[in-house]
Design a protein around this ligand. Structure first.
Ligand code: IMP
Length: 194
């Protein structure tokens, strides 16, 4: 089984991605390779942040690794919160405060179009690769559901009538931004094709 380090401390994401990878790959956590510090994310794009995290891990561990960065891009807000999605309302990862602020900033706004975009940066045998996954959708008027994390209670994917937070993990993974980016990563890892 191939071992790959996934540069995240988010247990939700780890289990989502492990489920998508199946048995072919064993995900190694940051803790397992001795990285306990927060990895800096100071780039102004999702691509930049994903590469910054992957390069940090590669320099420390010298092993194959990947990192992701995700943003919720809301059309009426000019693409915000985007790269600032984690720290939209506060400088911590306060999901409830972020959702509240998003609803406030969209008050009276009829254009609710939004998309989640994930970028994965992979470093394999010292070479860098980027994979992108997008899911289009809309921001609901109120929060619904308690599955998932982050903006899930507000995001209704196109073609669906419920939020991500009202879906099973399997259903979300099958259509999500991260699911799509990870599918590209997995195809590449399995076939070597971009
Ligand atoms: P990260 O780059 O994956 O850590 O994502 C940054 C922020 O985007 C998170 O703190 C969440 O607020 C939000 N986010 C990322 N992925 C998801 C998701 O699948 N559902 C809902 N919110 C997400």
């Amino acid at each position: 089984m191939k071992r790959v380090i996934f540069a995240t401390n988010n247990a939700h994401k780890l289990s989502e991605v492990q489920a998508l990878l199946g048995d072919a790959f064993e995900l190694v956590t940051l803790k397992e390779c001795g990285i306990v510090e927060d990895i800096t994310e100071t780039a102004s794009t999702l691509e930049g942040n994903a590469l910054q995290k992957a390069r940090y891990v590669y320099e420390k561990c010298g092993a194959d690794c990947f990192a992701d960065d995700t943003g919720l891009e809301v059309e009426a807000l000019g693409g915000e919160p985007g790269v600032h999605s984690a720290r939209y309302a506060t400088d911590g990862h306060d999901f409830a405060a972020n959702n509240k602020l998003l609803l406030k900033n969209l008050e009276g706004q009829s254009n609710r179009k939004a998309r989640f975009r994930t970028v994965i940066a992979l470093i394999l045998d010292g070479k860098e690769y980027l994979f992108e996954g997008i899911v289009e959708g809309a921001i609901a008027q109120n929060e619904s559901g308690c599955e998932g994390f982050g903006y899930d209670p507000l995001f209704v994917p196109s073609g669906e009538i419920t939020t991500f937070a009202q879906m099973s993990a399997e259903k979300k993974n099958s259509i999500s931004h991260r699911g799509r980016a990870v599918a590209k990563l997995v195809n590449f890892l399995k076939d070597g094709k971009l």
